[in-house]
Design a protein around this ligand. Structure first.
Ligand code: SF4
Length: 243
């Protein structure tokens, strides 16, 4: 039976589920009334799809194609689509906005200007368009991924990305899982993974803004390495004003 989630009881629900298993949180998300979808980045958040499949509940999956992903990530998206027999909903940036940015500033403006301008065009705008149609979205954010994610709650109201007249709920079922736990899940259940992980990539984003890290380095050190650690967000998770 579908469950109606309102702003008034988000905090209570977040407290109730704060220490629950990822699958319990995912099950709650997938039983929310309205349109709910998993956001798949093409990295280790694939376990959300595996968990959803095992729950046996219907689910939707969308992915952002920025146009700058690694060939390995495109191949992985296709592998996952086939493996789980998904209808993968791919979102693209507006061609006019990309054209304007590239014509004005070239293909690598993010190395000299703030990366947020390019992320705004290639990631945030298409995500905003997608989320405006949804009532809930499910992400692979984890607390151990970066200093900027240390306080990620398992459930929150996503005011910044709510569509007109809608209340968008954001679920982060993996919030309390560590990288080691995620990889243990992937290996034990033989979940497909992005081959870039075998070459030292841990956190995977766009090709020009991602590089491998050493075992001693934090995973986010491979993203926007020319910027401060506390600035390493692309804006996809910036809309949370409550929860
Ligand atoms: S990660 Fe880099 S290439 Fe991708 S959208 Fe952001 S700035 Fe642009």
């Amino acid at each position: 039976m579908s469950r109606i989630v309102t702003i008034d009881h988000i905090d209570a629900l977040a407290a109730e589920y704060a220490q629950k298993d990822a699958t319990d949180i995912l099950k709650l998300a997938l039983s929310q009334a309205g349109e709910v979808a998993i956001s798949f980045s093409g990295a280790e958040d694939v376990i959300l799809i595996d968990m959803a499949k095992n729950l046996g509940l219907p689910f939707r999956v969308f992915s952002l194609d920025t146009g700058r992903l690694h060939p390995e990530t495109y191949q992985f998206l296709e592998k996952v689509r086939k493996h789980y027999n998904l209808k993968l909903e791919v979102c693209w940036p507006q061609p006019e906005a990309v054209q304007q940015l590239v014509n004005q500033k070239g293909l690598f403006s993010f190395y000299t200007d703030d990366h947020k301008e390019c992320c705004g065009v290639r990631k945030v705008q298409p995500l905003r368009q997608k989320l405006a149609t949804l009532d809930g979205w499910i992400t692979g954010q984890r607390k151990d991924q970066s200093p900027t994610r240390a306080d990620v709650p398992v459930i929150q109201y996503d005011q910044g990305f709510s569509g007109v007249g809608k209340t968008l709920i954001k679920y982060n079922p993996l919030a309390n899982m560590t990288s080691a736990e995620v990889w243990s899940y992937i290996r034990m259940l033989e979940v497909p993974y992005n081959l870039l992980h075998e070459r030292g990539f841990t956190s995977i984003g766009c090709e020009p803004c991602t590089r491998p890290v050493l075992p001693s380095q934090h995973e986010r050190e491979g993203r926007w390495w020319w910027e401060e650690a506390t600035h390493k967000e692309c804006g996809l998770h910036a809309g949370n004003l409550k929860g």
